[in-house]
Write a protein that binds this ligand. Structure first.
Ligand code: PHE
Length: 344
């Protein structure tokens, strides 16, 4: 009996049915009511008590093995059959394809870049991990100066100021890289992600996106800066949008200003978004400090320039009236779907 079981075991092991019919014949042969296993159990009744002790276990294991093999093979055929069915029945409705949409920040970034491209600005990018020189020192932030605290920095390696490595706190670092590498005139936009060590809330995040603009040539004046930004605002928020400049401070620009626009939501009448003032701030700007030009090897007597920087989140919030910054990075499909119609 033992040798019979051994033979059947190797037969089952080598069994690879080509179709479901063959598998069914296998089931009848081994597991059917008049099948081999049934016969073996009949035979088992007749063996001596001593043999029974050993054979009982062997027989049960064999039965289990045959059953397992059968169900494993059956599963394989089951799924194959289903596949065949669906590929054959051409009348079944097709499975729909979900089309993704662009992220609102990408949409707005694209829109901003396109407006400035019409004025001849090109796009430049730089690394998100920066050294102290490009993020601070070259931009006229004196070492150990409190101006560095304006931007809470994530340091990767903190040595002595000059050797520090950090996540860039603004895209102004790309300004430095661009000017170091080339010769004026420069007319560039620098979009990118920036990082600041701030607690995450509806109004602040530890990372956000900026677009910085840079214009350097002979005889560039504050009037050029104003006109460029005025044009930008009319294009982005519609004609008739008013602008105003308030004096401000940035280490790398002198004079510096912050630019407000008449609130795009209430058109200047006063609402929650503009805190009833009718104005909302959208960017910082100024004439590039001569020290910055000299730091990157540009003759500040011959050349002058302006720079401006804006947060893409802020511009997007004003455009779509989004009140919570966290929505931009949570990947909530219900939020993102609202922008799907604007695939470009
Ligand atoms: N880098 C400044 C900031 O992050 C913005 C800015 C850019 C201001 C260029 C003036 C000129 O706040």
């Amino acid at each position: 009996m033992q040798s019979k079981i051994d033979l059947y075991t190797s037969e089952i092991q080598g069994f690879t049915p080509e179709n479901a019919d063959e598998l069914e014949r296998f089931r009848i042969k081994f597991l059917g009511t008049k099948g081999i296993i049934k016969d073996l159990f009949e035979e088992f009744k007749g063996v001596s008590a001593e043999e029974k002790r050993v054979l009982g276990k062997v027989l049960n294991q064999f039965k289990q093995f045959a059953e397992q093999r059968y169900s494993a093979l059956k599963e394989g055929f089951g799924s194959q059959e289903k596949d065949q069915q669906s590929s054959e029945d051409l009348t079944l409705p097709g499975s729909g394809m979900e089309i993704g949409g662009r992220h609102p920040l990408s949409l707005v970034r694209k829109e901003i870049l396109e407006i400035f491209k019409r004025l001849g600005f090109v796009v430049a990018e730089g690394p998100e991990i920066e050294d102290d020189w490009h993020n601070f020192s070259a931009l006229n932030f004196p070492e150990e100066h409190p101006a560095r605290d304006m931007q809470d920095t994530f340091f990767i390696k903190k040595n002595s100021g000059r050797d520090d490595i950090a996540l860039r706190t603004h895209t102004s670092s790309v300004q430095v890289r661009l000017m170091e590498q080339g010769k004026p005139p420069f007319r560039a936009l620098m979009p990118g992600r920036v990082y600041r060590n701030e607690a995450i809330s509806a109004r602040a995040h530890c990372f956000f996106h900026q677009i910085e603009g840079l214009y350097v040539d002979e005889k560039v004046s504050f009037a050029d800066l104003k006109q460029t930004l005025y044009y930008f605002v009319q294009e982005l928020y519609g004609e008739g949008t008013k602008v105003r400049f308030r004096p401000s401070f940035f280490p790398f620009t002198e004079p510096s200003a912050e630019m407000d626009i008449s609130c795009s939501i209430c058109k200047g009448e006063g609402c929650q978004m503009c805190k009833q003032s009718g104005w909302v701030e959208i960017l910082g700007c100024g004439m590039i400090d001569p020290n910055v030009l000299e730091n990157v090897g540009i003759d500040s007597k011959k050349y002058s320039g302006f720079a401006f920087g804006m947060g893409i989140e802020r511009i997007t919030n004003l455009k779509y009236q989004i009140k919570d910054l966290r929505l931009f990075s949570e990947n909530d499909i219900r939020f993102l779907k609202q922008f799907q119609s604007e695939i470009v």
